[in-house]
Design a protein around this ligand. Sequence first.
Ligand code: SF4
Length: 251
Amino acid sequence: MRTEKIMKLPKVESGGKGITNKHDTKARAMRIARVSGDLAPERVTAILKGLDEAYPDVECALDHRSPWELLVATILSAQCTDARVNMVTPDLFRRFPTAAAMARATLPELEALVRTTGFFRNKAKSIQGAAKKITEEFGGKVPQTLAELITVPGAARKTANVVLGVCFGKAEGVVVDTHVFRIARRLGLAKGDTPQKVEQELMKVLPQERSISFSHQLIHHGRQVCDARKPKCDRCNLEQLCQSKDKTWSS
Ligand code: SF4
């Protein structure tokens, strides 16, 4: 990210209910976008500040007690809500508390336990494969590098980034799920048409220390405000910084 002088924007109110001094803020936001484009450092800073104001204490919504449990929960969360995964994992980890125990489980046992998360046959195979790989090649411990993690069955880049960011505080990439993909594009922070391209764009524009919290905040924003079909723009504290064609309301 470039390190030009940051232009201070007026304070953003908490609670996602709007921005103080709206006309002034809008004029500045438009000026920033006009002069420097969507990726102007001032604009990115204003977006990050708005997210901090609206979602100050975000954290991973998947229940877990260890990197291994988060890895499994993240694999299970594909095409499934976090709430549903959180209903399934307590029984799963009670029955198979470690990677070594899960590596010895049969597929029918795992399928029965993860059935309600959808795509359960593939997911059972993935978590069994992950358990075997971690037991046999990583001494039972979840590896702490992206390069190693993406060799684990079921752990693509997004899953690896979740585990590295949440459990090890390592931001080697940016978690781009469906919410991050959609909102980053709506906010003009990325233009790519695949999660991989959007991740590369976000890695260039975000300060590295913000890439973990940014994803969590956008996921919350997507669930609460920036809905895929009908975003609640009248409740969005980023509205004046957003020029998306999907907007349902403009101040
Ligand atoms: S203004 Fe609307 S489209 Fe833009 S980020 Fe906010 S909710 Fe999403």
